[in-house]
Design a protein around this ligand. Sequence first.
Ligand SMILES: [Zn+2]
Length: 94
Amino acid sequence: MGRPVEIDTRSPGRCHRCSSPALLRIEVPDPDWPGGAARRVLVLCPLCHDHDPHSDGLRAFFALHSTLTVDNADEFGALIDQWITQDSNLRPME
Ligand SMILES: [Zn+2]
């Protein structure tokens, strides 16, 4: 069972930390609010995530593919899953 995730690669906006154009923006159910009562937004920033091991695969993907197609959608989905599963911002608070 995957979690419902909204992904925006067309107009992801800007990084809220450094204002660089983001690579992508995702919205997931907030892990601290069971039942999907709240959403959490994450942007993938080429600068701020430069040394983030959890998004290595995603950044490599964007370096290779300029667009998302049927052919690379599975790979993209797996990378998104890896990112949001491992990113500490998306873990429920202890
Ligand atoms: Zn940034």
